[in-house]
Ligand binder design. Structure first.
Ligand code: G3P
Length: 225
């Protein structure tokens, strides 16, 4: 199972990477607009921060020729494990196919139905990012579609891995994982909720307080020479 962070915010990424074995980050053009500074400086700082982890960067181009050119320029500057994040538009599917053939690692993105997912796999995408919450807003249960895509991938032998994306609740994330996503990309606003529960917090507090009541101290000093 892989956990990615859906953000370009350096401080949030740094804080979480400092404690959790996170596999990388995903970005999109909107996410990038939320960070200060020049675009290439943001990319460079994130690349350094990731230190070789997965870096799924969504292309800003919307036409096939520009996507191919932008891919080459990104490939020249990014040192981390680069995945070109390309939407499953007409132009995008053509770029996914051509760039995968050329050996680039591609994440098909903005996937919102079964056929887009299958086409992304046929085009050679390494990953596909399925938008769970955005499909929910159209009355579709995205996690059910993820289940359908995975059943077709198993039937036809496609190796493309699914990244669950676009979340507004832990419930949505859990269902994606249980339905077969190999990865989820988590917005930082949900990450704290993902890992912290009141029961865990209160249990640790109880153990610590009970021990301190009896032995007056905790930690390495107990084992003083
Ligand atoms: O990586 C795609 C993701 O950022 C879209 O999520 O929350 O904008 O629907 P959201």
């Amino acid at each position: 199972m892989e956990y990615l962070l859906d953000t370009a915010n350096k401080q949030l990424i740094k804080d979480i990477l400092n404690y959790y074995p996170i596999d990388g980050i995903t970005t999109n053009p909107t996410i990038m607009t939320k960070e200060p500074g020049a675009y290439l400086d943001i990319l460079s700082d994130l690349d350094t921060l990731l230190d070789g982890r997965q870096f799924h960067i969504q292309l800003t181009s919307i036409t096939f020729p520009d996507m191919v050119e932008e891919a080459k320029r990104l490939n020249d500057i990014i040192q981390s494990e680069l995945y070109l994040k390309i939407p499953v538009s007409h132009e995008g599917i053509k770029a996914i196919y051509k760039l995968s053939k050329q050996g680039f690692k591609v994440t098909a993105t903005a996937v919102t139905n079964l056929n887009q997912g299958i086409m992304a796999a046929k085009a050679g995408a390494s990953y596909l990012a399925f938008y769970v919450n955005r499909t929910a807003s159209t009355g579709i249960n995205g996690n059910d579609v993820i289940n359908e895509i995975i059943s077709i991938f198993k039937r036809d032998g496609y190796q493309t891995k699914i990244i669950g994306a676009s979340y507004k609740s832990i419930y949505q994330i859990n269902k994606s994982i249980l339905n077969g996503c190999k990865s989820v990309t988590v917005p930082p606003t949900l990450f704290k909720e993902l890992m912290e529960t009141t029961v865990t917090k209160e249990s640790i507090e109880q153990f610590t307080n009970n021990f301190k009541d009896r032995f007056k101290q905790i930690g390495p000093s107990i084992y003083k020479e």
